[in-house]
Design a protein. Sequence first.
Length: 190
Amino acid sequence: MFTSKIKLMQESLVSEDFERLYEYILKAEHIHLYGSGRSLNIIKCFGMRLMHLGFPVIIVGSTTSPHGKKSDVLICMSGSGNTVNVITAMRIAKENNIPVVLFTHNKSSEGAKLADLLININTGVGNWEAAINDPLEVSFGGDYSDSCVAPMGTVFEILMLCLLDSIINKLMMMLCKDCSDLEDLHSLFG
């Protein structure tokens, strides 16, 4: 079932958006990452891999976060695109001329309107707002004969984990790095 969701997502992605994303990542003095709840956990996985590649990664909200500047980039993840604390961070970045990237599956969201680069993820899931009130709405494609009920934003989060790891793979190729290079920056302490 998830393979069909991955294929649907792949078909909806715009390659030019990823060229811009790679440019932001490669040029940024610091890469600030942010999300809320489970989206924060997924984007932290991305941050770990970016760090393994040698990029200067900051998880927004950590006690050691430096002040952002316009040579940085803020990359956010919000399934709804309307998560209040993510929108707040995006606004602050915009006020400070920091480019903002948003991964969402709601291209008409408030976050989508704020983003310098919007990467819309087609999850094949029905109406996001309806899903909050009716968990069956998040059945795959709304076709209950092929349904596997996944609560809330699970489909988005799983697709994002796959997509973000594929972005890491592309960056590895662009930087001529392999897994042994990533291992060099793995934590010794756990």
